[in-house]
Ligand binder design. Sequence first.
Ligand code: FE2
Ligand code: FE2
Length: 278
Amino acid sequence: MTQKTLAEMAVEVLTTADGREKTALSHKHAATWFAAREAGTPLEIGHAVPPMRPSRPEKPELLSPRDVPRRRPGSPQGRIALLHAVAHIELNAVDLHWDIIARFTDEPMPIGFYDDWVKSADEESKHFNLICDCLEAMDSFYGALPAHAGMWQAAEDTAGDFLGRLAVVPMVLEARGLDVTPGMIQIFKQAKEKQTLEALEIIYAEEVGHVAYGSKWFHFLCGRNNFDPKDVFHDLVRRYFHSALKPPFNEEKRAEAGLPPDFYWPLAEETKTKTRVR
Ligand SMILES: [Fe+2]
Ligand SMILES: [Fe+2]
C-alpha cells in the first residue's frame, strides 16, 4: 500500500461525517504524520481537493444563530447547552485545521507549518471527545440539541485567501475563545463539575498554541510578501469577518499567543463607532 499524502489524509478527515469517527481518524493521521517526521522520512504534502463544506453527522440540526435557544448556565440544562455549543465549535475546529492543510498547498510552506496544524487538529479532536464525554456523563450527547449553522462561513469566505484564513480563523475566532473560556471555567467551578472543569482547562491551555500558530504563519507570509502585518490584518478582518470584535479581550493570553493590542483594538473601536452611528 502506498502511503497517502498529508493532503489526502486531510481530505479523508474532512469527508468523514460522524464526530467520533472523524476525530479518531484525525488522531490516527496525526500519529502517522509525527511518526514519519520522527523517523526522518516526512510524508509528502501532496495536493488534494478539500470539499467546500466538510461532512457532518445528521444530528445536530443546524439552525441560524437567532433560532438556537439561549443558554442559561445557572441550571444543569443550561450547562449542557453550553457544552453542546463547545462540542460543536471543537468539531468545526478539527475540520478547520485539516482544511488549512489541504486547501493552500499551492503555496509552498516550511514543514513546521504542517507540524503546527496537524498538532492543532489532533488537539481539537481530543477537545471534542473530552466535551462529548462530559455531555454523556450528564446524560446528553453531541447531536441532542440544535447547533449553530454559520460556523463554517469563515472557512468558505476565505477559501481562496490564505492570509485571510489565517487572519480570521486562528487570529480572530480562536482568539475569541481565549476571551470567553475563563468565564466558562468559572461557571463549571461554581457548579462543582470537576470533569468539565478539567476538560476546559486543557482546552484553554492548548488554544493559546493555536492562536500563536496563526500569528506565526500570518507574519511569515507577510514577511515573504513584504507586507505590513498589522495593516494587512486590519484589511482582511474588515473584508472577511462580518461580526463585531468585542471587548473585553484577554490581553494576557493574546499577548502570549503573539497577538498585540494594536492588531485588535482598532477594529473593536471601529465596531463601537459603527454601532453608535446606527
Ligand atoms: Fe479546541
Ligand atoms: Fe483551537
